[in-house]
Design a protein around this ligand. Structure first.
Ligand SMILES: [Zn+2]
Length: 235
């Protein structure tokens, strides 16, 4: 069970169901969007959870298009008419159902990546043509949600962070919540770029950060790690 603090401003955010990645359902005035989608194996659970909660997603926001986040975008689009939103740099990957896997940020995960590259077909997913492709920001009010998306590359080129009610940010794999006190993700295409995106994420003014995997991260934890890493990299 993941405890997600209330935004205090009328929007509910819940983890829809346990899945290969965190899938969040964001609801305001009976209108719902979904952030990230898991892998095809998670599909039945997603379907049950939506049915049980009587939710029909109007939109699917992808924080990025790695296979474990984008696997059900095409299905949600076809089944519920959900409009898929993705950052420009990854719309081509999404349309192909094939997104390159990033470098590990330390030795152990680097080994895992070379292993992954040998078995790359398992990282393919059902291709999906996005309904909305954005560059810097995307306003979510068109779906009834008081929020917006910003481009936060580094883990992957089209990384995106969803800001809800100015209080909670859903950051995908730009932040990881699987080990308390260690919110920097073990995989990233570009570590320096990711740190710049962390600055942007911190500057949203949010208090709680929901990662693509694991538990919520607080502003304090994020700031502490940011300061540690930006002093190391000299900037
Ligand atoms: Zn990822």
């Amino acid at each position: 069970m993941i405890e997600i603090p209330d935004t205090g401003k009328g929007t509910s955010i819940v983890r829809l169901t346990p899945a290969r990645c965190n899938i969040f359902a964001v609801t305001r005035n009976s209108r719902t969007i979904i952030i990230d989608t898991g892998i095809s194996f998670d599909r039945a659970r997603i379907e049950h959870a939506l049915e049980r909660k009587a939710l029909v997603p109007e939109a699917v926001i992808l924080t990025h298009t790695h296979f474990d986040h984008a696997g059900n975008a095409a299905w949600l689009q076809a089944e519920y008419g959900a409009e898929v939103v993705v950052q420009e740099a990854e719309s081509g990957y999404l349309a192909a159902g094939d997104t390159p896997i990033p470098e590990g940020t330390h030795a152990v995960t680097r080994g895992l990546v070379s292993l992954g590259n040998m078995v790359t077909p398992m990282f393919r997913y059902e291709p999906c043509h996005a309904d909305h492709v954005f560059r810097e920001t995307f306003d979510l009010n068109r779906f009834g949600i008081n929020g917006y998306i910003i481009h936060t590359p580094g883990h992957s080129p089209g990384g995106a962070t969803v800001v809800i009610d100015g209080v909670v940010a859903v950051a995908g794999d730009s932040i990881i919540g699987t080990t308390p006190g260690k919110p920097f993700p073990p995989f990233a295409d570009d570590v320096d770029l990711l740190l710049k995106s962390w600055r942007k994420i911190i500057d949203t003014g949010c208090e709680t950060f929901l990662p693509g995997h694991g538990k919520p991260v607080s502003l304090g934890e994020l700031r502490e790690e940011y300061e540690k890493r930006s002093s190391v990299s000299g900037g």
